[in-house]
Design a protein around this ligand. Structure first.
Ligand SMILES: NC(=O)c1ccc[n+]([C@@H]2O[C@H](COP(=O)([O-])OP(=O)(O)OC[C@H]3O[C@@H](n4cnc5c(N)ncnc54)[C@H](OP(=O)(O)O)[C@@H]3O)[C@@H](O)[C@H]2O)c1
Length: 237
């Protein structure tokens, strides 16, 4: 019998990952969101969170205390633009408020969730954790510039995840963390940027979710962070 799976964030990719995990026979699939899509409700246990510290702590504790070990944790929160801000193309567009908001959602929030589950992950046998990163977070791959805050928040996320990978080397050597680049996926986040993306390169959330779920089943214990794309290929940091 498989253990528990948790998905944090129920946007386009998170919802599809939760659905794909629910089809894989985990004892329970838990989904945390500010508001979960109703079509998921029959398949998963849903938790509504405002992502405050007390909410993160209490939801992670409640899920951890349920029967079964935590085998999968997939954290999908991320923003690229929002009310009053767009991805920056130039230094003069940088704003303190925008940078803080993007780092808060893309870097800080995923790490708080990972930290809140660390005891359950310490006790689990071969837990697999994926956090949605992005190829544009690769410093080596950055030849185009632009998108300052989004790129930097994902690069910082990758560094945080590598720190966590080193810590898991002490806490639970069977654990493995993946920073995952899903490709360009047809969701609310990518909608304004899909022009020019060939149809064959614009993935559905379900396609990418199945890839991620299969990748987590196959991924070896590498004792460092794996930064992988949807095809399982490594991305340079
Ligand atoms: N779509 C792509 O082409 C693409 C490419 C590369 C990387 N990614 C990454 O994939 C992940 C999922 O994105 P998606 O494509 O599924 O986008 P999406 O449909 O817009 O979903 C956005 C996700 O971010 C969370 N979120 C949005 N605003 C938030 C806020 N203010 N505070 C906390 N959480 C917030 C949502 O959580 P709630 O459920 O709580 O609303 C949801 O899980 C992101 O990390 C993104 O950077 C996407």
């Amino acid at each position: 019998m498989k253990g528990k799976a948790v998905v944090v964030g129920a946007g386009g990719i998170g919802t599809a990952v939760a659905s794909a995990l629910a089809d894989q026979g985990y004892s329970e699939v838990h989904v945390v969101s500010r508001g979960v899509e109703t079509h998921l409700l029959s398949k998963v246990c849903t938790w509504c969170s405002d992502y405050s510290d007390p909410s993160i702590e209490s939801i992670a504790r409640a899920i951890s205390e349920r029967p079964g070990t935590l085998e999968r944790l997939v954290i999908t929160n991320g923003i690229l633009q929002g009310d009053g801000y767009r991805p920056e193309r130039a230094l003069r567009q940088l704003s303190r408020a925008t940078m803080a908001q993007i780092f808060d959602v893309n870097t800080i929030l995923p790490m708080l969730w990972l930290g809140a589950f660390h005891e359950a992950l310490r006790q689990a046998d071969k837990p697999r954790m994926a956090v949605l990163s992005a190829r544009v977070g690769s410093i080596e791959d950055n030849h185009l510039g632009g998108w300052y805050s989004y790129r930097a928040s994902k690069a910082a996320l990758n560094m945080m995840l590598q720190c966590a990978s080193v810590e898991f080397g002490r806490l639970n050597k069977s654990a493995q963390l993946v920073a995952f680049h899903p490709g360009t996926v047809d969701t609310t986040l990518s909608k304004p940027f899909q022009r020019g993306v060939p149809e064959s390169k614009l993935f559905t959330p379900n396609f990418v979710a199945k890839r991620l779920v299969a990748l987590l089943d196959d991924v070896p214990t590498a004792e460092r962070l794996l930064y992988l794309d949807w095809d399982g290929k490594p991305i340079p940091f």
